[in-house]
Design a protein around this ligand. Sequence first.
Ligand code: ATP
Ligand code: MG
Length: 323
Amino acid sequence: MLSRGSVAIDLGTVNTLVWVDGRGLVLEEPSAIAIDDATGSVAAIGTAADALADKEPKDIRVIHPLRDGVIADLDATAEMLHGFLRKSGALGGPFRRRAVVCVPGGATWVERRSVIAAFGTRRSRWAVELVDEPVAAAAGAGFDLSAGEGGFVVDVGGGTTEVAAVAGWRVVRAESLRMAGNAMDEAIISAARSGLGMILSQRAARQLKAELGLTGGPEGWAETVGLDAARRTPRVEKVPGDLVAGALGPVVSAIGTTVQNVLSDIPAGLAEDVVRGQVRLSGGGALLPGLADRLGEVAGIGVILVDDPLRTVVRGAARMLQA
Ligand SMILES: Nc1ncnc2c1ncn2[C@@H]1O[C@H](COP(=O)(O)OP(=O)(O)OP(=O)(O)O)[C@@H](O)[C@H]1O
Ligand SMILES: [Mg+2]
């Protein structure tokens, strides 16, 4: 049977999730692969590879093969995907398997082809179906798309923010902004450099983002460790919430503008569904403290943070396996 052992995959810029039909969510790891340049072999994938990022071990090159939601390094993506599928127990067997894979709504034809190519470079035979990430997000956010229900979703990932009105498994209006969690990290890194004279790793920036966000967190500051930019020695610093909120301002404004653009363009027939269902905020970036409230002010209608936002897209894609 074609559906036995079918997989739904959210191949994200930061995280990859694999769902196997009949077994559920079996893998959830960073989209990363470490290559040993001395031997040309794969040293690690996923969590183990990502843990080496920024640490520069000898001969090891850590690659995050997706950028802005799309494949930037095809060979590395194919290797990583193969490793993830093997780990998920989704390789082998006599059957041709179905794979539903999410791509950003704004992905070009070439970018879509490269996702199919990433499956094709290995022996296993896959029937790959691409699904627009916002449609999967809407299904995962609880909209009953099979019944023709419409909805409005904002998925803030690592590389892209997908803003879309959808109805009946199709996009109605959408914009894909190539700016999300990674852009927030970069903004914090650059503010720490200019405001505090500190060099932060992406890991440190992510912690500050999650702890302080737009609200400054419970204390109004958070401790971080980085390098002093002048002396190049480790330094511990209390980072004020204002510095982080200020750094995040432009990214959050761009997300807000995108929401306004899409919202102001929906057909009249969808207005009631959107108001009733409210704007549903998903993706890891949705967890940014204060983001839902900020977008609520911009949208003028309620914005709800969906349950388990990091898994919304794969949940929706899994639903498509059964649709
Ligand atoms: N508590 C948090 N606060 C703010 N951001 C967070 C939090 N938890 C995770 N993130 C961010 O969410 C992003 C990852 O989200 P997600 O897994 O949805 O992205 P992705 O699907 O890999 O990317 P894309 O959809 O753009 O391809 C990262 O930038 C991460 O730092
Ligand atoms: Mg995503």
